[in-house]
Design a protein around this ligand. Structure first.
Ligand code: NDP
Length: 333
């Protein structure tokens, strides 16, 4: 069996040579452990941060060790009283075809409620991130205008739909015409802007948001965010969820400073990481699950087939090849 290690700390945009494939014996589970066969792997933008040796809210990946992320797997053999062969579980586990995991590292998921992959997407970390950032920090009111960047991705697509459920007018920013159509035609966004083909994003935003911007859910930072800041209304709220435009920069990010725009509009900008909300995960899961069942939330997954394509799927996040949640299918159950 193979696992994928971090071979180098990437400078700028990572490349295939920053990853190495290492052949290992299939592990033998010890007491209170299970042997897992990986079914799906999640690739996520935050993993880029863990490739750098810097202090953050989560420790860096170690060089020449297996990369760890969200994994859905099947129990092949169990030495735990809590799991049986055939159970499907989720955990933060290695990019490996087979893993021996401690019983405390994994949680059982019920494949009869929703497809198992939703636990890495709309019902998992990205869905919860959308829910808390938008509702706790953004607090959209009926009739207000919500702008979301990275709108067709795993988090952004959920943000826009929840904002619609709350009665807001929703404008998405994304990087292809196909994504723009998807947002407007399938997810019910009121407007959507392709930032890659618009010559003047500020002007496009002014047109798309005639009443200004009350909530800006920021997934990307950089020039897109600079443009949205010119359109803020008084008492705007800005959940800072991600800044993907800066993750592969070699040096510090530079750009217009935000202080004046924030003072003039009495805006509130707040960063967060999803772990901050751990005590309230159950609440979010219930709402997200309910909206999904009622058909008020839709989701898309971009699934790359084959364990060996995991690095490519990860790199695709920075090129925008994914619509909705990017996953890798490693094996059939
Ligand atoms: P996505 O599914 O949105 O995938 C990333 C998308 O970002 C791409 O599809 C691409 O879409 C867009 N993108 C890539 N590079 C750029 C760029 N330079 N400028 C603008 N857009 C770009 O990922 P997630 O939904 O998983 O994550 C979205 C954001 O939320 C990320 O910044 C991530 O780090 C953050 N995040 C934060 C969490 C938290 O706890 N605070 C938790 C989870 C995610 P396009 O075609 O539109 O360019």
């Amino acid at each position: 069996q193979k696992e994928i290690h971090l071979a180098n700390r990437p400078e700028g945009m990572p490349s295939a040579s920053d990853f190495s494939y290492v052949e290992r014996e299939i592990p033998i589970p010890g007491e209170k452990q299970v042997l897992l066969k990986t079914l799906y792997l999640s690739v996520d933008p935050y993993m880029r941060g863990r490739m750098q040796d810097v202090k953050s809210y989560i420790p860096p990946f170690k060089l020449n060790e297996v990369i760890v992320g969200g994994v859905i797997a099947e129990v092949i053999e169990s030495k735990s009283e809590y799991f049986r062969q055939g159970d499907v579980v989720i955990g933060n586990l290695g990019w490996a075809e087979f893993t021996a995991a401690n019983e405390k590292e994994i949680r059982k998921i019920d494949p009869s409620v929703a497809p198992v992959t939703t636990h890495l997407g709309i019902l998992g970390m990205p869905g919860l991130t959308a829910y808390f950032g938008l509702l706790d920090i953004g607090q959209p009111k009926e009739g207000e205008t919500v702008v979301v960047s990275g709108a067709a991705g795993a988090v952004g697509s959920v943000v826009g739909q929840i904002a619609r459920i709350k009665g807001a007018r929703v404008v998405g920013i994304a990087g292809s015409d196909e994504k723009i159509n998807y947002l407007k035609e399938e997810l019910g966004f009121d407007e959507a802007i392709n930032y890659k083909t618009t010559d003047n994003l500020k002007e496009a935003l002014r047109k798309a948001c005639p009443d200004g911007v009350d909530v800006y859910f920021d997934n990307v930072g950089g020039e897109i965010t600079d443009a949205v800041f010119t359109q803020l209304n008084k008492f705007a709220r800005i959940p800072l969820c991600g800044a993907i435009s800066s993750y592969n920069l070699d040096g510090p990010d530079v750009g217009p400073r935000v202080q004046s725009a924030m003072i003039k509009t009495s805006a509130l900008m707040k960063g967060y990481t999803i772990g901050d909300y751990a005590p309230r995960f159950k609440e979010a899961s219930e709402y997200l699950g309910g909206w999904l069942q009622e058909g008020k939330l839709k989701y898309e997954e971009t699934i790359v087939e084959g364990f060996e394509n995991t690095p490519d799927a990860f790199l695709g996040l920075f090129k925008g090849t994914n619509k909705g949640k990017q996953l890798v299918k490693v094996a059939d159950p």
